[in-house]
Design a protein around this ligand. Sequence first.
Ligand code: ARG
Length: 462
Amino acid sequence: NSGSLWGGRFATGPSPELVALSRSTHFDWRLAHHDLAGSRAHARVLHAAGLLDDSELDGLLGGLDELDRRVASGELLPQPGDEDVHGALEGALLEVVGPELGGKLRAGRSRNDQIATLFKVFLRDHARLVAGHVLDLAEAIADQAERHLGAVMPGRTHLQHAQPVLLSHHLLAHAWPLARDVARLRDWDARVAPESPYGSGALAGSSLGLDPEAVAHELGFTGSVANSIDGTAARDFVAELAFVLAMVGVDVSRQAEEIIVWATREFAFVTLDDGYSTGSSIMPQKKNPDIAELARGKSGRLIGNLAGLLATLKALPLAYNRDLQEDKEPVFDSVDTLEVLLPAFTGQVATLRFDTERMAELAPQGFSLATDVAEWLVREGVPFREAHELSGACVRRCEQLGIGLEDLTDEQYAAIDPRLTPGVRAVLTVEGSVSSRDGRGGTAPVRVAEQLAELRAVLAEH
Ligand code: ARG
């Protein structure tokens, strides 16, 4: 068929089973637009090398534009006999500009350098898109933090009450990893930008005097690969992006888990907006955090995509091997997953309603001010080891009496140790506790306000 890119040395055509196995158009057709852009750039370097005359170049460019139009409108689709996007488009080009002219375009390039290049261009576009979605989520978190700047909550370690913190401080702790994820996406792009693989040919480079740098610049790269074998065989750029996408998923899953827990009757820290929660087909009262659960679930899938890619690449000899065709579906899936998940997750976060009264009520429970007692003693000159013991003794006494640290009388404190004077009461409030943690990075309101401004500045840079 017209879409076949090989055949001369074969007595028969491929068996139907091979065709079925080999076909990749069902997933690589999404690269058609990028393939055509690569072909336009390639036609120009063939022309610059004297291999196409002016009218041939015009004819090819016109034909490629026409194909682009047909691809965009959905008129042009791969045929059942097409092996991949490259063959399908060459077949269509032959029909549009005729076999004589159309047959000139493939000179000096291979599907091996083509696919490596197009895949990079495609992933660069989508890495930018995902970065935008991640920034939107980070901003939604920052907005919630700003709306609740002074509210307190129980801070936890080991999921146990640890020390009171500001709700805004906790929320922002979810935004910083996202800011780093966006930075990772930018770093990744900076590594990919100088290395366009076009011009590598099948593996050894081109003998036709083509200028890989010209193609690179036309496709938005800053340069072309220094090694044609590396250019066609390397897929670390795919694995690295899959890692960053998996990391985004994992970071989001940690927020998701908290939203799920916070929305339970036991916690009751948040209420989900009706537009961002789901019901049950049998239990009329249900309101479920499905977005958060899907986020948690899909992070597993993103990890799987990364693990699968690395397994495909492991021990693969140089240069191109057909195994490399398995690189696309996993990372397409990662990109698609995040492009659907992130906007929904952002909407859910932006519309969360916090029960700040309940959070404030729970903040001092579980003896979460015990560290403040110990640190107050340190400021009174008591060595921390001893202060820790004394504060622990206060907790033990409270447990015996079934009361909180703030309920012990001055006499009861003095009975534990005379250095526990009434002055200790100054730190026995949640507000006093959070305000006292005023070193850089701490949860004191002044610091969190600064932190919010710092985060906004980092987000604005991206
Ligand atoms: N479809 C292939 C891929 O996705 C590119 C074609 C290379 N095929 C070949 N037989 N050299 O990697």
